[in-house]
Design a protein around this ligand. Sequence first.
Ligand SMILES: Cc1cc2nc3c(=O)[nH]c(=O)nc-3n(C[C@H](O)[C@H](O)[C@H](O)COP(=O)(O)OP(=O)(O)OC[C@H]3O[C@@H](n4cnc5c(N)ncnc54)[C@H](O)[C@@H]3O)c2cc1C
Length: 534
Amino acid sequence: MIQSFKQNYKLQVSYDAIIIGSGLGSLTTAALLSKEGKKVLVLEKHYTVGGFTHVFKRKGYEWDVGIHYIGEVQRPNSVIKRLFDYITNDKLEWADLGEVYDKIIIGDREYDFVKGVDNFKKKLVEYFPEESEAIEQYVSLVFESTKTAQKFYAEKAMPNLVSKILGSFWRNPFYKFSDKTTYEVLSSLTSNKELIMVLSGQYGDYGLTPKKSSFAMHAAVARHYFSGGSFPVGGSSKIAEYIDPIIENAGGTVLISADVKRVIIENNAATGVKMADGKIFNADLIISGAGYFTTFEKLVSPEIVENLGIKKQFQKVERSVSHACLYIGLDGNPDELKLPKTNYWVYPEGKDHDEIVENYIKDINAPFPVVYISFPSAKDPDWSNRYPSKSTIDIITLMPFDIFAEWEGTRWMKRGEKYDTIKENISQRLLEVLYKHQPQLRGKVAYYELSTPLTTQHFVNYEKGEIYGLDHSPSRFRQRFLQPRTPIKNFYLTGQDIVTAGVAAALFSGVLTASAITGKNIINKIMKKAFQKN
Ligand SMILES: Cc1cc2nc3c(=O)[nH]c(=O)nc-3n(C[C@H](O)[C@H](O)[C@H](O)COP(=O)(O)OP(=O)(O)OC[C@H]3O[C@@H](n4cnc5c(N)ncnc54)[C@H](O)[C@@H]3O)c2cc1C
């Protein structure tokens, strides 16, 4: 059972491994190490477990924060499906979103992204008959890029010596794709501006516009969803719920409301952590899944960060953008309200995504550059068992941190009238976008609540409310320090920053970290086991 640190539960002071944060990277690492017989303590600052995969409840509704759809789990033999099976002891189930996983809307024009790569291509050619060659080439490049990604990421878990000898052969083919921006690649295939906007219509999944984002990131997301999207049955919280017993069976514990203040480092080796209340836990291994900046700006002493040259790395990576999310509760079940399972990506008219975002950053009263509408209650077949006659919707948009910076340091839910007024204005604007595309919902909204970048800062400890950790620019992928090992002995990283944003990427980060620690090829082991079972 997940326990609260504040309950002063009878704890041991020493573990094989301590993991800071309970995002999916951390939980995956914890599950894998537990299955290797290690006693693991997971320490989560928030009052609930899961990082961005947590859910929260209010006024009789429940919302998922950072899972709207996941690809590749529809295929029973996919690595992602096998990994999820392994870390949840086959308990986690997935519900398919159906034929259309994303709908890209630009002005009044709609483009469906349909499941299955051939269907995807065919549909796009129906929309853009003159562009069939460009579409074919685009899909090929997406596959080529993602193929090179496998070795690029695997190299991160290689022992240092092997990496010195073989590393560049495993990394270099990937750089051919990661060094280019999404726009560079797309505009080399077509001059059709609308097609470029449509193909990059999922840029919100990694938070960076086509002229700034790496094509490798774009390709990873596009490819991930070619086989459709799925949602965890019972909601995102099921992931942590199914992993927790695995940690406990190996003698470990997951603690919430457990705020780590410092990693204890002696003679350049991590030996434990100090909690906000002064309590100390010791372990042979310390792993941080709290994000690169949070780890080295807050959890490791500034002198060590300076002396090891880590501070110089700070200039080489940037924080991703921040967001606002309108969490909506409605009267009526998803069928009655005719809620789709498809995600809507709503864009205004404009030259391209980059220019639209730039205009909005200058004036946030300009049309929202992207409005992502997700209908989680319609995606989850178990929803109506838990919440009959209710439904939920999440609407996400880009929201510069600066808009809310003056309220930094104020208390959650008590930030004052001006703050609430800005929030209300944004909420109403987002609701109008919803009603434009789902007019039947006018009058059905029973509750809404807007999260701001300060909410993300407060609950998930990302200093500038970053939605996806580090930015996914071409130069990010050149940074060799974004890997499980750190210059500090027995101190490791996990989570989205060592791979990329995304639930599947966080899952892989856990595999990389556990592989680097144990020296085992964990993916091979899991895949072999899965085939033996069948
Ligand atoms: C709004 C939103 C929607 C998303 N939608 C999708 C989607 O549909 N599909 C998809 O694949 N991905 C999606 N993502 C991305 C995905 O959720 C994340 O990339 C992934 O979950 C990040 O996992 P992580 O392991 O890096 O840890 P995180 O989830 O970032 O968790 C880090 C944890 O560390 C904890 N922590 C920080 N400091 C401390 C401390 N000092 N002491 C203790 N604990 C600490 C934090 O509280 C947090 O719980 C979405 C993200 C967001 C924000």
